[in-house]
Design a protein around this ligand. Structure first.
Ligand code: GAR
Length: 210
């Protein structure tokens, strides 16, 4: 499956995905798109020999469609991409665009909910857990059907940065799992089994058990 990854920043999810897709994997990242020329993930993509494209105007569908169609892309992965995908692109690739979000949607999503804002809102709400969500993309931010989630605890004394780091670890396991499942199925599908907990989280839960 030919995959395009869209990024706006450092690209740690892109790295996790590339690390998970070895030579024999059923999915291959063939293109990295960014709305920002200074996105850190672009350098990573170039180092790994992957074609990159910076969108001068991320609201203009023409450049999107030229890049995606030109690379015969079959799956589009938003991995820390902070802009809305133009409606004609959603329409053409409907059911084949997925997004990773750093909270348990439908809570803590929508316009303006990205990065540390999400984790601040989770902490302010008093929620006992957070996590990562991968969902299909439609015309609105963070709204499409959910394919998979990975939960992490909110710990006493958490700061937005500490919670973000815990959630990011979960994202780095969840996103490659969903992409690999999509490649096996020929299209994005819900994950059939929940992800195993990180060894550190298992240890922490075991400590808390009565
Ligand atoms: C990730 O936590 C991702 O879930 C989030 O941006 C971060 C990007 O990190 N995306 C959103 O908040 C979108 N609503 P990365 O560039 O290191 O992958």
């Amino acid at each position: 499956m030919r995959v395009a990854v869209c990024i706006s920043g450092r690209g740690s999810n892109l790295k996790a995905l590339l690390d998970a897709l070895d030579a024999g994997a059923p999915a291959q990242v063939v293109l990295v798109l960014s709305d920002r020329p200074d996105a850190g993930g672009l350098a990573l993509a170039a180092e790994r020999g992957i074609a990159t494209r910076v969108l001068a105007d991320s609201a203009d569908p023409t450049a999107w469609l030229a890049a995606l169609d030109g690379a015969s892309v079959q799956l589009v992965v938003l991995a820390g991409f902070l802009r809305l995908v133009p409606a004609p692109v959603v329409e053409r690739y409907r059911g084949r665009i997925i997004n990773v979000h750093p909270a348990l949607l439908p809570a803590f999503g929508g316009a303006g909910m990205y990065g540390s804002r999400v984790h601040r809102a989770v902490l302010a709400s008093g929620a006992r857990e957070s996590g990562a969500t991968v969902h299909l993309v439609d015309e609105a931010y963070d709204r499409g059907p959910i394919l998979a989630q990975a939960r992490v605890p909110v710990e006493p004394g958490d700061t937005p940065d500490r919670l973000a780091a815990r959630v990011l670890e979960a994202e780095h396991r969840l996103l490659p799992a969903v992409v690999l499942a999509a490649a096996e199925a020929g299209r994005p599908v819900p994950l059939s089994s929940p992800l195993p907990l990180e060894p550190t989280l298992v240890k922490e839960s075991a400590c808390r058990a009565p």
